[in-house]
Design a protein around this ligand. Structure first.
Ligand code: ADP
Length: 382
């Protein structure tokens, strides 16, 4: 199953996009709808609300008077927390149940307005943010939904900012004008779901491309996801894409720090379920003494190539990955040499899909880099 988070400001067009994905075959779980369900007549939730806020939050027919409840619940922070304390766990449980009911190969799209406000992005395989500028949203809410203008303005102001949403968006759909075509997105979701289910990873031979300014933000999102899946353990963006200005293959490399290799093996399935299936046990090319073994995982998302190196914290290969990256960040000349070398080799081996030959040819320069990295580290210490 693939868990997709879909969010955006009120009036941006979330529900519109959710419907398009549903038409393609997604199972949509609508957070607003579940929020209403947990307070329907006869529910424990509604009983609790009446107990906390009084009978006058009900209409005569026993259904919830939302306006009356809102007036009481938004009167103070304490009242708001009381209401959330009743509703949030119930909505959470119901969401879990709806997702569990979905078929094994489902692409579940969770339409959740407060994804950013509740800091939930890392729990999804992928987050889609639907965007429309505030003016357009206001116009839509007032004209097509008949919302009071001041009310619409207040709601927009109370939500997360566009910047905060951009930070969690793996996919940014601009719905300011025409409704965007979701064909490409849907194909990506289908491929992603299949890879997660079959524990396959995205493959192919990426070419070396100029440094992409979007890499750091993409890496932050992926790193948070890996860390959450790995029980909060430390994850670092390493490799060429972690060096600003450096040309690189469009594959983000991460290092997950574990206590020992047994822990790495124990995390295998959890990481796979989170979208990073297992590739195998490897030994990194040693750059010194000690144990250079690791476990390798790779990203299942066809739209975002990822290599995940699970290494023992403090082990020589863990250290090397950090030091080599930091040296390249620090030393412009080394960065240029490395970029030129990679470009030349990627051209030379373009026809030959073997990453192996490419790696081999890089070795003399890498060997020489060991001393230079040591010298850089020595300089850092003194
Ligand atoms: P949300 O779920 O994000 O609050 P909706 O999908 O309900 O937003 O869209 C808000 C309103 O704007 C709806 O009436 C919808 O039909 C309309 N709408 C959505 N997308 C567009 C678009 N690209 N152009 C014009 N109107 C749109």
């Amino acid at each position: 199953m693939l868990r997709v988070g879909l969010t955006g400001g009120i009036g941006s067009g979330k529900s519109t996009i959710a419907r398009l994905l549903e038409e393609r075959g997604a199972v949509v779980v609508d957070a607003d709808k579940l929020a209403r369900e947990v307070l329907e007549p006869g529910t424990e939730g509604l009983k609790e609300v009446v107990k906390a806020f009084g009978e006058d939050v009900l209409h005569d027919d026993g259904t919830l008077n939302r306006g009356a409840l809102a007036a009481k619940a938004f009167a103070s922070e304490e009242a708001r927390q009381t209401l959330n304390g009743i509703t949030h766990p119930r909505i959470g449980a119901l969401t879990g149940r709806r997702m569990a009911e979905a078929p094994e190969d489902a692409i579940v799209v969770h339409d959740i307005p407060l994804l950013v406000e509740r800091d939930l992005a890392a729990a999804y395989h992928l987050v889609i943010v639907v965007y429309a500028d505030a003016g357009t949203r206001l116009h839509r809410l007032v004209s097509s939904r008949g919302m009071d203008r001041a009310d619409a303005e207040n709601r927009i102001a109370a939500q997360a900012t566009d910047e905060q949403r951009r930070a969690v968006a793996d996919v940014w759909l601009d719905n300011s004008g025409e409704v965007p075509d979701v064909t490409g997105l849907w194909d990506r979701l289908v491929g992603f779901e299949k890879n997660v289910r079959t524990q396959s990873y995205a493959s192919g031979s990426p070419i070396v491309v100029p440094y992409d300014e979007r890499w750091p933000a993409q890496a932050r999102r992926v790193a948070r996801r890996i860390s959450l899946a790995a029980g909060g353990r430390h994850v670092e963006h390493i490799g060429s894409t972690a060096v600003p200005g450096l040309a690189a293959k469009d594959v983000l490399d991460f290092q997950l720090a574990v206590e020992d290799m047994e822990t790495a093996d124990a995390l295998r399935d959890t990481l796979a379920q989170a979208g990073f299936p297992y590739v195998g046990p490897y030994v990194d090319t040693p750059r010194g003494e000690g144990d250079w073994s690791k476990r390798l995982h790779a990203g299942a998302d066809p739209g975002r190539r990822v290599n995940l190196h699970v290494r023992v914290e403090g082990a020589p290969n863990w250290r090397w990955a950090v030091d080599f990256r930091d040296w390249l960040r620090h030393d412009a000349q080394a960065r240029d040499e490395y970029a030129n070398l990679k470009l030349e080799l990627s051209q030379r081996f373009a026809a030959d899909s073997g990453a192996f030959a490419y790696g081999e040819a890089k070795e003399p320069w890498m060997e020489a880099a060991v001393k230079r990295v040591e010298a850089y580290k020595g300089g850092q210490v003194s």
